[in-house]
Ligand binder design. Structure first.
Ligand SMILES: C[S@@+](CC[C@H](N)C(=O)[O-])C[C@H]1O[C@@H](n2cnc3c(N)ncnc32)[C@H](O)[C@@H]1O
Length: 278
């Protein structure tokens, strides 16, 4: 019997779904493109002592350290960290980005990739990243308006209904785009690099469906149940709803000088406190 988490636990901050997704993570995602890596490297400029928060399996950290960056990686998921360790990354630590176990200014730069939109308090995370970085903070995240994963909308809803019928309701989807966009508006980055990511589905028709298990709550569905749900969706004629052609989505690499970001945060908190004064 595979380990199945209580879906209520998935609401906690610790994100146990990443422990589950760890073995599938790299297989269901493309390695970062040269353009993406180039944008991150350019954003970091001359900073080489870098903290990556939410380092995951080291998908970015490994090629960045191969380019000469001295990366320290933290992540909340032990299983994701284990995969990063298998790639030979030397400085890895289990920690929460909202409470980083480093002294002020411990790194030249801090970096966060594909994480801000997943956490409920992106502003708090940026504050921590600014605290530990002497020079700059770099955040890499998709632009959610530019398209998302293949299983969405009505198809995802139907998948969820069938999963629930089979006794395995999907955990609630947790994406905090509004919080993240608000933070980007309130704390405007000094520079934003824009790159395109290829998110075309695999060409093998079977793999298209298998691939989906690596994303969001679907990882909690046992593999044999996933196969049965997919068979039902195909019987219902919903196979054509998967976007099958080549697709891209837009990614943003936002850069703040630490001093500028701290000032923006101070102004933001003064505005907020000011609003309460009477
Ligand atoms: C979508 S993955 C991105 C991983 C990697 N940066 C990449 O781009 O491949 C999100 C990562 O953030 C981690 N994470 C989620 N919440 C976190 C938190 N509060 N503190 C630290 N890491 C967190 C997850 O465990 C996961 O490894």
């Amino acid at each position: 019997m595979p380990f199945l988490p209580d879906p209520r636990r998935l609401l906690s901050r610790s994100m146990p779904e990443f422990d589950l997704v760890a073995p599938l993570y790299d297989a269901t995602r493309r390695p970062p493109s040269p353009a993406e890596l180039g944008a991150v490297a350019e954003a970091l400029q001359t900073c080489t002592e870098v903290l990556e928060a939410g380092v995951g399996t080291g998908r970015f950290a490994k090629p960045l350290s191969d380019r000469g960056f001295h990366l320290t990686g933290v992540d909340i998921s032990r299983e994701m960290l284990k995969r990063a360790g298998e790639k030979g990354l030397p400085r890895l630590l289990q920690a929460d980005v909202h409470r980083l176990p480093f002294r002020d200014g411990a790194f030249e730069a801090s970096l966060i990739i594909h994480v801000l939109q997943l956490i409920p308090e992106p502003a708090r995370a940026l504050e921590e990243l600014a605290r530990v970085a002497r020079e700059r903070v770099v955040a890499h995240l998709p632009d959610h308006r530019s398209g998302g994963l293949a299983l969405r909308g009505e198809l995802l809803q139907r998948y969820g209904e069938i999963a629930a019928e089979m006794g395995h309701p999907l955990p609630p989807r947790r994406r905090f785009w509004e919080n993240t966009e608000r933070v980007l508006r309130d704390l405007p980055p000094e520079r934003v690099f824009v790159v395109e990511e290829d998110i075309s589905p695999p060409t093998d028709p079977e793999m298209r469906w298998r691939d989906l298990r690596g994303f969001g709550g679907l990882i909690t569905v046992p593999p044999e149940m996933h196969e049965r749900i997919v068979a039902r969706l195909l019987e219902e004629g919903r196979g054509d709803e998967l976007p099958l052609g080549p697709r891209t989505r837009t990614l943003r690499v936002a850069v703040w000088e630490t001093s500028g970001l701290r000032q923006l945060m101070k102004n933001r908190s003064e505005r907020r406190n000011g609003g309460l004064r009477f």
